[in-house]
Structures are given as C-alpha cells and as structure tokens.
Write a protein that binds this ligand. Structure first.
Ligand code: HEM
Length: 478
C-alpha cells in the first residue's frame, strides 16, 4: 500500500499530487456559510468557493479540488471546488454538509487546508455504509423500498470519488427517483490482512479512489454488531430500504479483491485484482467479480513470479528489482502478453530500446492514425491510444470507433461511465498532450460538466503539458 505523501490520487505508478506550499497550508480563511441551491449529481457533496476568496490556497494548489478542515472540531473534511458562482467570502454548502460539519447558514467560520498524515496510507481501501430512505417512494404494505446494491455502490463511488470521507458522515445519493441517505459506518485504509497484523490499528477517514471497495448494509442490519446503531431505524420502518443484489460482505470482499491467475504450466496464483489492473489484456477478468480465475496462455510460473514481484514493488512505491539481462526477454514477452505498459517500458529501457511514446501530438497526427485503422482518442487535451485495448473495452469494441474518433470525447466519457473506474485506465493509454494551438481545433460536440473536468484533471496528474507558445519541445508537469 503506497503511503499518501500528498493529497490527491496515487496512480498505478504511485505518483501523488504534491502538497500545497507551507504558507498556504497555514493560512486560515474566514468564510460565511450559504446554502447551495439545486445541484447537479456530480456536484453533490462538493462545497463551492469563489477563486478570489482564498488566493494563497488556490495559487499553491496543483489540483482543482481543495480539502478544507473547519477550525471547530469535527472529523469531516470538506471537498471544495472553485466556482465563480459563489460569492466572494462565502462557502456554498448543501444541507447534508451543513449537518455533517455542524455549521449553520449565514454564520462565518474559520477554515484551513487539510493536511493528511504524511507517512501513513490515507486512501480508503474499504468503506461500509448503512442505507435508509430520505424520501421518494414510501413503502407500501410490503414495508420496504427495493434498491439494487450494485447500482447504489456505483453511484456512491462516482459521487464520493476523490472526497475524504469520515465514519458517521452522511451522504445523500439520488437513484431511481429515490433520495437515499448512506451513513458511513466504517472507513479503512489498510486491507483486512494488513489490519490484522497492524498494532493498535484505528481508522476513521480516508480518500475515496476508484479502487475503494464499498459495501452496503440495510439500516438495522448492523444492530447486533454495533450496539444502538439500528435502534432508531427499526422504529421508522417506512424508511427502510431493501438491498437486492448485495452479496454478504465477506464473500463480496474476497470475490471483489482476488483473482486466481493460472500460468501456462498450470500453477495457480491468487492475486489482488487491483494489482493486475495495469495488465490491460486482463481487463475483463479483473473487472468481472463473477470470474474467479484467468488462464495465461504463454506466461509460465517462473516468469509470472517475476511479473508479480515487479507489480508489487511498483504498487508499494518500492524500487523495482534489478532483473538480470538474460531474464528481460521473457519478462518483456510477458509484459506484451499481459498488456502491461510500465513493465514493457521497464524492460525496453533496460534493453536500451526505449523510445518514449509520450510526446506532443498534433490533431492531424491523430486523424491520420485513425484513418489508418487505429483508435486514438482526444480527451480534454490528452491523446490516448486505445487501439490494442478496444476488444477489452467494457463498453464493447464498436461504440468508440463509431462515435468518439476525431473529436473531443470528454462528454461521451462523462455520460457513458457510471463510476470513476474508467479513470484508472487512462494512464495506460496516454501518449501525450495535444499542442495548445491544436487542441482548440478539435471539434467538441457537447461540453462536459465543470465538475467532471475538475475530477478528471485532478486525477490525471501523470499528464505532461506543452507550454503555450513553445515549439513543442518544452514539457512542464502540472
Ligand atoms: C480511454 C478511454 C476509455 C476508457 C478507459 C473506458 C473505460 C470504461 C470502463 C472501465 C467501463 C466500465 C465501467 C464504467 O462504467 O465506468 C466502460 C464502459 C463503457 N464505456 Fe468506456 N472507456 C473509454 C472510452 C469510452 C468512449 C469514448 C465511449 C463512448 C463513445 C465509451 C462508452 C462506454 C459505454 C457505452 C460503456 C458501458 C456503460 C454501461 O454498461 O453502463 N467509453 N468504459
């Protein structure tokens, strides 16, 4: 588990968003709470502040999202986005946020940037939420409102993406015409095995990533486990939600986390699905939790063992072992078979064959590759080569070439993906940014929402951008 040295996502390669400057971290800003009017689904639970209300904070930040702690004691951390629609000096919060943080509208409070613990893992590996109805269909004689747990988990995962959540916090989710309240009952930042080994483990909040496993229970189900938790709920039966399609937690956990990989010579390796996500040829097997095992046709035990050593070192942010040159040929073959780009790059670099795929791109180049039968996408200025992965795309191999070539596909990307899982794959396909003067030429049939763009940009910190006016040779990380 990589440690969380800065706020923001940690990519496959373990890159974390840099921490804000010291001056910004220490600045305390007084903001008046105002209630948000109607809000979009993607904006739900995100506080809005005017960019000029806190210039020290914003100028120091690499990410378009801010994490704020109110000065008064609460475990809840606000995720905020800069938005011109907020008045200067105000912070726009919805009712649920006001409740979670014990803040009242029209009162002023002091806020500072939240700083996560420097040397501990801070990403939430698992969340548990207890579900009840706020409003919508009221249960009839059956006494229950049915909700599909898979759909609810997806909606929650999308809404909580890149937010810091704390135990006891309430989250409001709208699904199928129902307004559902999820009370966060557990947050973990170690997986179960590590929790059992850790001395005096205690966790009450963490950053939600697309890898966070969310489990749900109906309100009242926790009654035996946590004293008192369900007692109020049982009285208000008409608010109860019946979760369908919700496997028992233990079973769901191991199905969701582990995949048995069977090598060409018949050996079986139980591997964390998360570790295999960068092997894009295994996308279907990794995503489909009903699939318990996957057969590798051309990688044998000894080589797969080394692949695992590589993947584990990378995920843990440790140095990758220095594999001897005579092993690199087989390792590169395995990397090709698995579609593992970083391992391919590692082997090629050591064999002296690395030709970096990441470079500035022109729109003409994108069009030419697409005309030649490849599949290059433009997404908010990024160029992504998904040619090899198309047969593995969970949405099918036809829709992307039919709808998304030679235009900016940000809006398609936003509307078609019901969770934020798709973000996890982007780095594998990234082959550079469009030159700034080219990016404006890309047709954009429909604008994505600002919230989606803020999430996407906060996540894609692996991008290398070309400065405006440069000749395309100067790179600047953001
Ligand atoms: C690099 C680009 C892309 C990646 C990494 C990607 C990834 C994914 C993933 C992980 C899923 C399944 C999980 C989810 O719903 O989030 C998915 C589903 C889907 N994707 Fe994509 N996708 C990409 C581009 C696109 C584009 C450009 C389109 C449309 C033009 C598209 C259309 C769909 C559709 C229709 C589904 C099925 C949704 C459903 O079953 O509810 N995808 N994609």
């Amino acid at each position: 588990m990589p440690s969380m040295k800065g706020l923001g996502p940690v990519s496959f390669q373990g890159n974390a968003v840099p921490m804000p400057e010291k001056a910004a971290r220490e600045e305390i800003v007084s903001l008046t709470v105002k209630s948000k009017d109607a809000e979009s689904d993607t904006d739900r639970g995100i506080a809005l502040i005017h960019p000029e209300s806190c210039s020290t904070w914003t100028s120091a930040l690499a990410s378009p999202l801010l994490y704020l702690a109110p000065a008064r004691g609460t475990d809840c951390i606000l995720t905020a986005r800069l938005d011109d629609s907020a008045e200067r000096g105000c912070i726009l919060l919805d009712q649920v946020q006001q409740h979670n943080l014990h803040l009242a509208a029209f009162e002023s409070y002091d806020f500072s940037l939240f700083e996560p613990p420097a040397e501990e893992p801070f990403q939430a590996t698992e969340l548990e939420g207890e579900v009840r109805l706020l409003r919508g269909r009221e249960a009839g004689s059956s006494g229950r409102n049915e909700v599909d747990a898979t759909k609810l988990r997806q909606a929650l995962s999308k809404q909580l993406f890149q937010r810091i959540v704390a135990a006891s916090e309430l989250v409001l989710v709208h699904i199928d015409g129902l307004a559902i309240i999820v009370r966060i009952t557990e947050v973990h930042n170690l997986d179960e095995e590590a929790r059992q080994e850790a001395i005096s483990y205690h966790c009450y909040r963490g950053l939600v990533t697309p890898d966070t496993i969310i489990s749900l229970v109906e309100e009242g189900q926790n009654h035996d486990r946590k004293e008192g938790a369900g007692s109020l709920a049982l009285k208000a039966d008409h608010r109860r939600v019946q979760l369908t399609n919700n496997p028992p937690r233990k079973e769901a956990d191991s199905r969701a986390t582990m995949l048995d990989v069977i090598t060409a010579d018949g050996e079986e390796f139980p591997v964390k699905r998360k570790l295999l996500r960068q092997c894009i040829s295994l996308t279907h097997a990794v995503r489909d939790i009903e699939q318990a095992s996957v057969q590798l046709e051309s990688v044998d035990t000894l080589v797969f063992d080394r692949v695992l050593i590589y993947l584990e070192a990378e995920a843990a942010g440790r140095a990758v072992p220095d594999f001897a040159v005579h092993l690199l040929g087989d390792l590169l073959h395995a990397a090709d078979a698995l579609g593992c780009r970083s391992l391919q790059d590692y082997c090629r670099a050591k064999l002296g064959k690395l030709d970096s795929a990441i470079k500035p791109r022109s729109f003409q180049e994108v069009q030419a590759h697409n005309a030649a039968g490849q599949c290059w996408l433009c997404l908010d200025g990024m160029v992504l080569d998904v040619t090899r992965w198309l047969p593995e795309h969970p949405g099918g191999s036809k829709i992307i070439p039919a709808q998304a070539l030679d235009l900016d596909c940000s809006r398609f990307f936003e509307v078609y993906h019901s969770s934020r899982e798709s973000f996890l794959y982007l780095q594998e396909f990234y082959i550079g940014d469009l030159l700034p003067q080219e990016a404006v030429q890309v047709p954009q049939p429909e604008q994505p929402s600002p919230e989606f763009l803020a999430q996407l940009r906060a996540y894609t910190t692996f991008r290398v951008r070309v400065d405006e006016g440069s000749d395309g040779k100067v790179y600047k990380s953001f």
